[in-house]
Ligand binder design. Sequence first.
Ligand code: SF4
Length: 724
Amino acid sequence: MSQFFDRREFIKIGSGFLASSALVSAFPYLPFSDEAQAMVADKIVPSLCELCFWRCGIDGHVKDGKLFKISGHADHPLSNGKLCPRGTGGHGLLYDPNRLRTPLIRETHQGVQRFREASWDEAITLIAKRFDQIRDNGDLDKVAYFSHGFGASFFKRLFKAYGINLASAPSYAQCRGARDEAFTLTFGHAVGSPEGLDIANSKYLVLIGSHLGENMHNTAVQDFSNAVSAGCKVIAVDPRFSVAASKAERWLPIKPGTDLALLRSWIHVLLAEELYNRKFVQENCLGLEELRAGVADATPEATYAITGIDPETILAVARDMGRFGSSALVHPGRHVAWYGDDTQRERAIAILNALLGNYRQPGGLINQTQMYGVPNPYHFASSTRASTPFQSRFPLASEAPSNEVVDQTLAGNIKSWFIYGTNLVQTLGDQESTKKALGMLDFVVAIDVLPMEITGYADVVLPEVTYLERYDDLDDRVYRRPYVAIRQPVVAPLSHLDAKPGHEIAALLAEKWGLAGLFPPIEEYLDNRLRAAGTSLKVLKDKGVLVKEDPTLFRQPGEPLHFDTPSGKIELSSARLKSLGFDSTPQYQRQPENPAGYFRLIYGRVPMHTFGRTSNNRFLGELMPENELWINRITALDLGLKDNESVFLINQEGKKSISKIRLKLTERIRPDVVYMAHGFGQNDPRLEFAYRRGASANEMITHLSVDPIMGGTGFKNNFVTFSR
Ligand code: SF4
């Protein structure tokens, strides 16, 4: 329970603390209108998109100090001159009239909790003092830092120097973690982001619940499109006929929750019919016989009974995989936390790729190891009073799973949260636990651009400027074409908002904590880093990106391979998993069946939105203002439901959606599932555009299927029915 407040109440941030509708009228052009497209810029500023993780290179087209168009930067290897629809509408965030205007502090006035406006100095002083008290009490290990996005790097540096060790990114447990742990167990390294996959040269691409084309990671979609144009055969395994399925040679409408059974059967066939790459496996893999025994039961006939995919199709796909060999690729996916068996399912995908021998081959898996390599002449020391590193209860969690941090908060072991750019209430699933945990905390700080729901639970809210108004650190990361790119202000921060860039907020806190040297002036810092690499800030500001080539990407004939696993080989059978009491080869376990009258809820993305991060963006909202619920047409008509009718959702635990969602009756989905895009149905009225448009998938996700290996939190064992 808070030391300041008996019970932390959610506070709706009053409109006086937000920007104003004048912002939208100050920018009358829709970015996709002919009028905006015809405008001529008086300057074009290269920078980086931040509407999703991908960080494409952008060109900001500016006239009279206003950003009127965003296009893809031609030289940036992630954009290649193109952007996804979201990226082109990023200035909808810049000119959002609901942006936070000023720092806010929670107070109680006549028995009512409310926010009051504060100066930056007052807000920063309060945060610094509260954390100093926590540190003086020896409680730094009771502080958690949650973050999302590239701007988080400054706060990571700050907290390392101050002594806070518990950092948690929701994306680990909910998205990529199981995949990266599974590939590390098998190949000794993670898949990475952007993924180390040579999709563009693949001749046979198997997608398991991977929605390329709707899930719009720019370069991946470009690669997919190039592969399809070059004749790549696509297999789409999905309960729903997705955009990717529409490009596929075969659509396998699998029964949800049985993907691991199908993968095991493909492994079974590859081994039984000796279709795998024997030379590669002999030279580079360990545990073949244990794997063979482990999938002995996974015959196509037995698998048909589980998955609903007929044995002939299972056999045909396995034989095609074997035929295409090293130019075939089984895509590992990106959001892979589904049913709690996710590390094992991803292990099966890793094993299939190993059997095909596609490692570092055109069209296969790539091990991206090369960075552009900008040295960092700054050496920032860690605190000597650092908190104890977080010990996850999940043996192979290499990061702190966010829901475990919630559990630890509910158990009273964590007392303060510092939240950067992530709306945890609408992100983590099991909203009630998150809200309960928030109510128990002593101190909560939230940094955001918009009044996202999480800010209503904070003691101090700090408004950040958008990615279009600030510098961030250099983007120097491993990629198949190593590059260093810059995020720089495309326009000056909007003058009527008292918002600051993350690096400046971190510097203000550092100063209060006696760590002033931690954040040199940002341009000086970037220039010194770039000069150490033989270039300069001026060069990068002009060019936006510098690119190298990686000659080591593909394996040379006869080149010996070494893998960073305990055995130095690709581990088809994992001794590590076995020693921890888990199956050494992937085994299928049944998932819960639909309760009578309920449909399994599956969800995904749309090209014009990045979950809740963009749902208040008016420009993108013009393209898609609300979500809809896909339901099989025949099933719906049997239930008396009509196309376009709006219904409430009720899940298996009786939770009813706050807002209604429109039905889309379609043949493109199995009769036992329903599908919706997530990120809609925002429940904070200060998000004036997004407020209760469509329904929130997250709200219906009250059951989390936890992966016992690394703590991933699967969302797909939730079921809904309808009410009018
Ligand atoms: S994929 Fe789209 S939203 Fe993501 S960084 Fe690239 S342009 Fe922006």
